[in-house]
Design a binder for this molecule. Sequence first.
Ligand code: HH2
Length: 276
Amino acid sequence: MLRTRSGALPLDRVVLVGILNATPDSFSDGGVHLDPARAAAAAAEMVAAGARMLDVGAESTRPGAVPVPAEEERRRLLPVLRAVRDAVGVPISVDTTKADVARRALEAGADLVNDVSAGRFDPGMLPLCAASGVPVVLMHMQGTPATMQQDPRYTDVVTEVTEFLAERAQAAAEAGVAPDAIVLDPGIGFGKTVEHNCRLLRRLDLIAALGYPILVGVSRKGFFGGLLGGRGAEARLHGTAAAAALAVAGGARLLRVHDVGAMRDVVAVAEAVAGA
Ligand code: HH2
């Protein structure tokens, strides 16, 4: 169970987290949700389709993306976040690595922080989450978005990611974040080859064994392109479905997705089989 200001999120069933990027350049929905009214309508549709949480971000972290200054991130994010907050009642996470942006987002109605740097890029992030009493998603990434896909290397990707996440959970706890407010994420596609992503999905059980809820984001990601002959983001739905089902089988409790309606079916079947 994750406790948020917009209510509790029981994790006995997998939580579908709908993605809303208030960015001009996200790899799959860039430009679509920059407009607050359109973002609010998309948010309501995702909730109607089965999303029990939404993730709103304003800085693309796709491979090669350059960082966005905090002021620009706030300028894109806050109007969209306020409109989405007015449109839906489900918990909303803010996808940012900057404490100042997170603080403003929490004031504007966000309920959780989703930090793809796991609190490493801004020393103020974990203390902010602790002081605000909000849950935080801590994700693994090798390098930074600008360079992470140039030559990712691991001796043993599963062990290294698991040890990293254990260390970051400890750092969050030391900063004062409640243990039941910590969510871990292997960071599919963040400084990883196709093989690294597959290994992590295959052995998600080892990360889940750390005892924290696991969030997985595979939706439309580049490694499906790699596995499916260079397929573009718009043609990765079935690849996403396969990986989402296997993530559920491996113990993922939250799935960050663009295609909520389709993934609702995938999750319903995957959960039934995994629990049989
Ligand atoms: N993936 C993306 C962004 N944020 N957060 C978590 N916790 N886990 C993920 O796997 C994850 C994430 C990248 O996807 P997207 O938001 O669709 O694209 P972009 O970064 O280009 O905005």
